[in-house]
Ligand binder design. Structure first.
Ligand code: PMV
Length: 334
């Protein structure tokens, strides 16, 4: 890990990439420690990146959070502060923290900005507060901010272990293969840029509490996680793509059957998913996934990414395309 920290002013800066899950996390077994009901598998995605600076000035008072060039909203700042409280408690600090963070992609629209955001914040803040970490404990700290952030600490192909310890000490993410292991791509269509209507936590909890399909989704995940890991090791894109589509559809089936049902797709998403299946019938290796937002994400080999990007751009309603490839884990930056 590349280390850069200004000792005199206790500043640290870190950067982390977003990730997309191919075996989905969707349900908590413990909200206090943000522990998942099942494991998940993801790919860390460059160039979707959050960069965060943290300054500890020794002053008491409220944390100050800048998102991009502007002061962040009250709910965003409160979420960051709740996470910083955990780290302050660990470090025995009472100082406020000034956080400056920016994403190079739309925030809170189902593109995992909370994953890259809390991963970068966990790395910068533990460093500035002098909290000793290992890659595993850093992933577990990031998990406390946002579950999927645990998976943005390691790079490449990543598994987040569900774990069984009540305090979550065995629920961290680790890389099962480095970014260079396999030339795949995720082609992401931007089907809407506004913030999503339902937060992931709200959607997960309502799904757990009211959806008759929630238990089936959780119970089947361990099997698909084991199969997906084999597919990654064997570089078997047909198998991984098939599992990714299944896991995404099973997750969305569970949310749709909650009461009231949660529908993350918009008409553009649905059109894109149908198109991906048509391209497959045409002989192109493309498989979709979709998270707690409307953006369709297409798994393909890196060699097919340009063709897929051109096709996805033609789907009515797609505003933009981002092509991502396996990226490095979180690092401290200058
Ligand atoms: O970002 P979180 O921790 O609130 O959870 C996001 C969950 C999904 O993106 C819908 C699925 C996943 O595994 O990333």
């Amino acid at each position: 890990m590349n280390i850069a920290c200004d000792i005199a002013t206790t500043r640290a800066s870190a950067t982390a990439c977003a990730n997309v899950a191919l075996v989905k996390y969707f349900g908590k077994r413990c909200e206090t420690y943000n522990l998942p009901a099942a494991g998940s598998l993801s790919v860390t995605l460059q160039p979707l990146r959050t960069t965060t600076q943290v300054a500890i000035d020794g002053q008491p008072g409220d944390d100050v959070v800048y998102l991009g060039d502007a002061l962040a909203s009250v709910p965003f700042t409160a979420r960051v502060s709740r996470f910083l409280d955990l780290l302050r408690q660990e470090a025995g600090s009472t100082s406020r923290v000034v956080v400056t963070t920016s994403n190079n992609f739309p925030t809170a629209a189902g593109l995992a900005s909370s994953a890259s955001g809390f991963a970068a914040l966990a790395l910068a803040a533990t460093h500035a507060l002098r909290i000793p970490t290992t890659p595993q404990s850093l992933s577990a700290w990031a998990r406390r901010g946002s579950g999927s952030a645990a998976r943005s600490i390691p790079g490449g192909f990543v598994v987040w272990h569900a774990g069984s310890a009540p305090d979550g000490s065995d629920s961290f993410a680790e890389s099962i293969a480095p970014p260079g292991h396999w030339d795949i791509a995720l082609v992401i269509g931007i089907a809407a840029t506004g913030p999503k209507a339902d937060s992931s936590t709200l959607a997960m909890n309502r799904t757990r509490d009211t959806s008759p399909y929630y238990r089936a989704f959780i119970d089947s995940t361990a099997h698909w996680l084991a199969e997906a890991q084999q597919a990654v090791h064997a570089r078997d894109i047909e198998k991984l793509g098939d599992i990714a589509e299944h896991s995404a559809l099973a997750m969305h089936a569970a949310t749709l059957a909650a009461r009231p049902g949660i529908l993350f797709f918009n008409p553009t998403t649905t059109a894109a998913l149908h198109q991906v299946r048509q391209w497959r019938r045409d002989g192109i290796g493309a498989w979709f996934t979709c998270d707690a937002g409307p953006q369709p994400k297409v798994l393909c080999s890196a060699a097919d990414a340009q063709e897929i990007a051109e096709r996805l751009r033609q789907v009515p309603g797609i505003q933009d395309i981002i092509t991502a490839t396996p990226g490095d884990g979180a690092t401290l930056s200058g």
